[in-house]
Design a protein around this ligand. Sequence first.
Ligand code: FAD
Length: 313
Amino acid sequence: MAYAVAMMEIAQGCASTAVIMAVNNLVAETIVRFGTEEQTQRYVPEITSGRFVAASFGLSEPHAGSDAGAMHTTARKDGSDYVINGTKQWITSGDQAGVIIVWARTGKPGTKGISAFLVEGGSKGLHVGRHEEKMGLRASSTVSLSFEDVRVPASAMLGPEMRGFPIALAGLDSGRVGIACQAIGIGRAALEASVRYAKDRKAFGQPIASYQAIQFMLADIATELDAATLLALRAAGLKEAGQPFTREGSMAKVFASEKANRACDVAVQVHGGYGYIDEFPVERHYRDVRITTIYEGSSEIQRIVIARNVLSW
Ligand SMILES: Cc1cc2nc3c(=O)[nH]c(=O)nc-3n(C[C@H](O)[C@H](O)[C@H](O)COP(=O)(O)OP(=O)(O)OC[C@H]3O[C@@H](n4cnc5c(N)ncnc54)[C@H](O)[C@@H]3O)c2cc1C
């Protein structure tokens, strides 16, 4: 719950900082949950203290995003080591990471042949690709990572062999609550800017805030962001209590990200032409919020998760 609240507040100030924090948290939490004592001691204090500038989550590939189980990256056993080859795409902070969780195929095709590894930044054969020129979140780096015979000891495996995919899913369950909170923070920033602007801007001799059309827009987005907050806090509360929260996390993510997108769209409308130029912050919020319905599982994937759960009743 504390993390969820912190994420909302930080995202309200800077969505890029929030995503960097979200991924660091996701990696550290996944190591604590599935790693050995030695792995936890070695990496988690580095991440939480900031001695590692960042940590990364290396799941997506150029041809496998939503369908991450179709990944091509392999880890071949060689004596007591594994040798990793392949390419990961869209890796947040991949150029800065002290440690990267890398998912690779150690067995047959499909989700049951995937294992997870802890690969250190700067490992021999690990190449950082180009920095993507993104629509938003421009203060967070997003890179591809290619692995050319990257050798890691067997002790770098995170969790049991071939159990990498459930580890990724468990991480994403938690990550989605964080992204819901990130979206809410961006949406609140857009709302706050809109309220300020609507009181200040005059048209036809009156502040635009006096017009009911503007008031209703603000009322709707304020209500939707509050509802999103309650959904996100419900998911966080379930998680904190050790209860299942997959469905609630997906509900929070799909609702919060879509409503926050709407809030930013409305904010641009309230600002008129000034919403379309970079002199006012809502232009940035509009660009930053767009990704929240896509990463850590798109809205379509969240609906699949929710529907699967509902249909199992
Ligand atoms: C800025 C940024 C940062 C990112 N950071 C990371 C990171 O740190 N680590 C990481 O591993 N990944 C990261 N990603 C990748 C991100 O998680 C993927 O982009 C996302 O999962 C979607 O995958 P995709 O882009 O391959 O789209 P696709 O999977 O190709 O999807 C394309 C469209 O098809 C839809 N679709 C796909 N399957 C179905 C289906 N079964 N039913 C209905 N619709 C479907 C999708 O919802 C989407 O609308 C990042 C991406 C971005 C842009």
